[in-house]
Ligand binder design. Sequence first.
Ligand code: SAM
Length: 259
Amino acid sequence: ASFGFKEVAAEEKVGLVGEVFRSVAPSYDIMNDLMSAGLHRLWKDRLVSKLCPFAGMQHLDVAGGTGDIAFRVLEAIRRAETDVQQQSGEPHPSPGVVTVCDINPAMLEEGKKKAIAAKYDLQGLRWQEGNAEALPFQDHSMDGYTIAFGIRNVTHIDKALQEAHRVLRPGGRFLCLEFSQVVLPGLRELYDLYSMNVIPKIGRVVANDEASYQYLVESIRRFPDQDTFAGMVEDAGLQQVEYENLSGGIVAIHSGFKL
Ligand code: SAM
């Protein structure tokens, strides 16, 4: 496995990734805004609009960190339930639930604080510590599975994808938002310069942690390109696999179904 510039054993990577996210948890949200100039919000909105959340949906957001995806999905589920209620005159019999699963308790704690501060419907949110490679959920228990900026941190990506397939019910949707390979000529060189030189410096000044942000940049560069990753998603048994590049391929959304 790779960690920054070093090659490390797989077990060691788990511990090192844990340290990175423990270290960045308190400054994680502000760093996202600064590093992406707010673009991560649009990318996350796009992920959730592709998901098409529905009334009563049981959704799982893996590597959910501080809850950005989960909050958006929950709001969309509640909007769908309000629409149904207006048509039928009855409240939905089993309102949807979004479960945030993350290996790092420090990130989940930041998410819980955010949920309370922003007055999200706490009944609709579950927080579960767990590893994407061995999810603590039953087979066929989820209508949807998302993972945003998470899968490149996982040691065995193939195991995480198999777990996504296992927990989805037939018909369930898999969506993955991840940094990818820039496809626009010109943008690639600019992006390389920015990510290699500027991001670690922002990490040093804002989060006082250059090494963690150096790791994040390196992990982005080593992640497989769009087509290779699409093949891995298919190998896990997901079907109708496709991807959409956003911002010239800085990030991509891979989509698949368990059929
Ligand atoms: N999804 C959130 C977002 O988009 O803002 C957080 C993304 S953050 C860059 C990556 C998250 O992946 C961290 O919270 C980290 O703890 C989590 N993570 C890393 N390895 C994991 C694993 N094996 N299983 C579950 N979560 C993991």
